[in-house]
Design a binder for this molecule. Structure first.
Ligand SMILES: Nc1ncnc2c1ncn2[C@@H]1O[C@H](COP(=O)(O)OP(=O)(O)OP(=O)(O)O)[C@@H](O)[C@H]1O
Length: 214
């Protein structure tokens, strides 16, 4: 699905080769500043390699228009952007941009429940906490249902119990729908429990890659 070929990004990342198979959950762990977020940003074409190439389904990312790529590969960043005035506006933003039919309110309420956000659709989005914004953005992505989910610390602003619930829910969804999930997490426990493969980064390099089934 994703293939990295002699990839370098400035002086901060160096990945000679990396292949990520579809329908897997891959977790990235490693110290702060080790390059985990940079890997996700490369996969979503927010940044491009300064050397080498990245392929998605056999096609060089350089040749895939960003908008097209981001319909298939969606990233939830640590500080997601909110859209419009209300919880609903932000939840359906992707449908509005893509001019697609907006799901019924019941579907939207079910999604709020799934991401553990106890808010009404009409509630203002500006007053949400960091963790609530993150869960709302998560709901937005789950509704759009891309092929690949890139999660950068999807639970960084959550307490431990909610974090475990959310990551478990994501893993279940991804497996049920046969999607691919690539997740950066500070939680080694979650990385081990839910990752089919665990990739450990240090100083911009892959230090270690383990499959849970080996
Ligand atoms: N565009 C850039 N230009 C220069 N340096 C950068 C750039 N982006 C990131 N860095 C640096 O590269 C290193 C890796 O950053 P990255 O955000 O990938 O780390 P991380 O492993 O995700 O860290 P954290 O766990 O703290 O989020 C950091 O030292 C960061 O300051």
């Amino acid at each position: 699905m994703f293939v990295f070929n002699d990839v370098k990004y400035k002086k901060i990342l160096e990945i000679p080769n990396l292949t990520i198979e579809p329908e897997k959950i891959i977790t990235f762990v490693g110290a702060s500043g080790s390059g985990k977020t940079t890997v996700l940003r490369l996969m979503n074409k927010i940044i491009s390699p300064t050397e080498g190439s990245i392929f998605y389904d056999g096609e060089d990312l350089k040749k895939i228009p960003s908008i097209e790529l981001r319909r298939k590969v969606m990233m939830l960043s640590q500080n997601p952007v909110m859209f419009g005035e209300s919880v609903k506006d932000s939840l359906i933003a992707g449908f509005t941009f893509q001019q697609k039919k907006i799901p019924d309110d019941q579907v939207l309420y079910d999604m709020l429940e799934m991401v553990r956000l106890k808010k009404n659709l009409e509630d203002p989005v500006g007053v949400l906490s960091g963790g609530e914004k993150q869960r709302l953005a998560l709901g937005r992505i789950l509704l759009l249902d891309p092929e690949v989910y890139l999660f950068d610390e999807p639970s960084s602003a959550l307490d431990e119990e909610t974090e475990e619930e959310i990551i478990k829910m994501l893993a279940d969804q991804v497996k049920e729908k046969k999607k691919t999930m690539i997740m950066v997490t500070h939680s080694k426990g979650a990385a081990e429990r839910y990752g089919d493969e665990i990739i450990e980064m240090a100083n911009g390099k892959i230090l270690n890659r383990r499959s849970k089934y080996e």
